[in-house]
Each structure stands twice: as C-alpha cells, then as structure tokens.
Ligand binder design. Sequence first.
Ligand SMILES: *Cc1c(COP(=O)(O)O)cnc(C)c1O
Length: 349
Amino acid sequence: MINLFSDTQTRPTAAMREAMARAEVGDEQRGLDPAVTALCHRVAQLLGKEAAVFLPSGAMCNIIATLVHCRPGDEIVADAGAHIVSFEAAGAAALAGAAVRTIQGDRGIFTADDLAAALRPANRYSPRSRMVVIEQTANMAGGTIWPLPVVEGVAALARQHGLAVHMDGARLLNAVVESGIPATDFAAACDSCWIDLSKGLGCPVGAVLAGSADFIAQAWTWKQRLGGAMRQAGILAAAGLYALDHHVARLADDHANARRLSDLLAGATGLRQDDAEVATNMVFFDISALGVRAARFAELLAARGVEIVPVGPSRLRAVTHLDVGAADIEVAAAAIRDLAAELAAGRPQ
Ligand SMILES: *Cc1c(COP(=O)(O)O)cnc(C)c1O
C-alpha cells in the first residue's frame, strides 16, 4: 500500500526507535525527564521563545493556547478552513467557552484588512475579539504558506486591538524548509506557536508548544488539568530530538514528491487540481467531472494499492511524507490517472 492519506501515517524508522530506546528518562511532570527538558529547550530556541512545553498532540497545543488566551465569551478569529474550526470537536467552545469567527481567506490565508473587517467593536453587545489563529501551513487550503509579511501584518493589527496571536504550526517546518525563512521569524510575530512531531517529522506521538515563560507556566496548569502531564515521556521526546536532527531538511524531498505527483496528474481525465502550483507536501484535486463521490474514488483507489483521503464530496487530498519514495509517486500517479480514465470512460469498476 502506498499511503498518501496523511503525513501522520509514518512509522518510526529503525534509527528513531534506537534513539527512543536509548532515551534518558525521568518523571516528566516533576521536570525530571532529561529528554523532555532537552526537547522543550530545543524547540523554544528553534522558535525564539522563552519556554516550551511537551504535549501529547497538536490538538492539545491548540486547546491549551485557547484556554490560556481566552475567557468564556471571547471570540477567536480563524480562517474558515482552519483545523481548529473543523477538526478539534469544537474544543474552543466546549472547554474554553470561546466562539470562533471565521474569515474566508485566500487559500487559507487572510490579510490584516480581512482581520480588520472581522474584529468586533468594543462595546457591551459584542463578543470580545481575543485571539487570532494563523495556521502555518494552511492544511485544508492546500498546505499553503503564509508569507512572512502577511503574518507580520495580521499580528501587528491583532496586537493593536488587544488580541493574542496564536500560530498553529503543525507544519511550520514545511513552510520554513520551503521558504528558507527561519522559524524564529514566523514565530516572532506570535504570542504562542507550536510544532507537531507526528506529521512530517515522522515521530509516533507529540507536539511542542512555545511562548513566554509566563504563558508556558499557565499552559502547564492546563496540561496538568487536562491530563496531559506525563511520566517517563523522554522515550517520546527522544523521537522528537532525533527528528529535529534528521528529518527537517528532508521535508524538501516531500515537497519535490508532491510537485512531481501534481505534474504527473496534470491534464489527467476528469481531475481538476486546486492549484497550479503545489505549495508544500499536499496535492488536492476535484473529481466532480467523473460522476462518483470522492469517498468512492478513494475506496476504488485503495483497492489498487494507493490510499488518499476524501476531504469533501468531490475533493481529495494526497500528502507526501517520509514513508513515500519517489518511485511510489510514479506508481500512485499512474493508479490515480488510470482509475480516473476508466471512470470517465464509464467502464465498470
Ligand atoms: C494535524 C493538525 C493539528 C492537530 O495535531 P494532532 O497532533 O494531530 O493533534 C492541528 N492543526 C493542523 C493544521 C493540523 O494539520
């Protein structure tokens, strides 16, 4: 099976497993796990922040940042396609009592002007606009990269109006590798920022949330409260440290593979790609012309040994990662093209 379902599908490599087995561990929630401490220090430095906290998932990074920044009745501003809007079980509403106001960005990216239009007037009728979310890269919008000046513009306006700036950096390092802009530059505009270890970096578990020392102290209270405080978690942190050493620069290979896939699919019968140019490690395409639903297309394709994910009635996403090689891309593209051609020709499956 060639698994293009998501970059979350990677298995830890033999070398990563060795690093995990060798990890020096201790009681993480007492601050006594050397590998976790080293990982937090490393990510704080990478993002240019005072401190960081190791968490079980990216979703927990988002909800904890929301809990620290917002009070019940506050409003969060995010792109309509953002992960926090659709894939976190309305945690902001359920746990933080925060509402979400969405902006229809351009490929997941909105500007300071868009934010200005979404901000609430400060009066007793309106929710208090309190936090803006920048999703780098914008997952459902194509893995697109927020340009640094746009991040800075949105952040500057947010600050002027008393909003916290939170970066959902699940794939920030994809943006860094692709753009050549250091992570510190993107993160500098933000009050809180996190990276996922279990996406392109290829770790089995974990994410790291960074911010000021005060922010992280508050985040720790929530980590404890939500049951995210761990014990000998160094075994997981060691995977993160290994990934930061060995799996960052290679994200460029994923981007090249995604571009190659996109090139191979260009002009395929019945497929319409979202964007002429692939931004990072994702390829999205629409199959409305084929007269089958995306879920059915994915099922038929899986039977031919290629897994991709339906993300709408007629839209699908393919994601490249560590466990997909250049040769797999050729095979996957041929399978997708063949299936589309057969469906277009009305041949029974
Ligand atoms: C995957 C993802 C998350 C959630 O991260 P998990 O580690 O899977 O909990 C949040 N935001 C974005 C943009 C993501 O792609």
